[in-house]
Ligand binder design. Structure first.
Ligand code: SF4
Length: 212
């Protein structure tokens, strides 16, 4: 939270991603093309942890889950369960407002083929740790997919084997943070039937029940 948790626009910790961003800046000078900052209020109780910006989604628009398919399912569920208000319209100026929730990507820069390398997940983990540690109101984290789940554990200095990822799982972490897991709300997962709209809404409903 705050400037200390934001990587610089030209963060050089991941040379491959820096190079990929440079290519995108050349090809699409009107896109955001930089580390994507969190979206949501500083005093949120819920942190939703995504994987990384989508090339034509957050990397283009500068707001997490904005401009690609995953945003429809995520923001639709957040609106339905009172964690957002307004209308999601795939644009950062659509007026959508998050309430008591913040979205943070485990990796801030767009990776080729949506696949960050392990070294890149590690390199960016300090920024996630900073966000999780500095947000004193946080009570629940929702990991969208196993990479996000593992990134939260890494940020907390916890052993992965003790907290296995599973859709719908709930883990009580030391320090008071509760970690919920969901399959990522990607087009791939919904098209292959791994994640249905009902399954995803149930996870958000469970968190709403927990936070009241
Ligand atoms: S992914 Fe994170 S650590 Fe890597 S270059 Fe981008 S901001 Fe820096």
């Amino acid at each position: 939270m705050g400037e200390q948790c934001l990587p610089p626009r030209d963060c050089g910790l991941c040379p491959r991603l820096r190079e990929f961003l440079a290519e995108q800046r050349e090809a699409h000078p009107d896109w955001f093309n930089a580390p994507v900052p969190p979206f949501g209020p500083d005093d949120a109780r819920l942190a939703i942890i995504g994987l990384a910006p989508g090339l034509r989604g957050a990397n283009r628009t500068g707001r997490p889950f904005t401009g690609d398919f995953a945003g429809h399912l995520l923001y639709g569920a957040l609106i339905e369960h009172g964690f957002a208000r307004g209308r999601y319209d795939e644009r950062p100026d659509d007026g959508l407002e998050l309430m008591d929730a913040v979205i943070i990507n485990a990796v801030r820069c767009v990776p080729p083929q949506n696949k960050p390398l392990t070294a890149e997940i590690r390199a960016c983990n300090g920024f996630l740790r900073c966000e999780l540690e500095s947000r004193r109101t946080l009570r629940v984290a929702l990991a969208l997919g196993k990479v996000a789940h593992d990134a939260v554990l890494m940020a907390r200095g916890l052993v992965r084997a003790r907290y296995r990822f599973a859709h719908g799982a709930r883990h009580e972490l030391p320090g008071g943070l509760v970690l919920h897991d969901s399959y990522h709300c990607s087009r791939y997962n919904t098209q292959t039937g791994r994640l249905s709209e009902e399954m995803f809404h149930q996870v958000i409903a469970d968190i709403r029940g927990e936070l009241g």
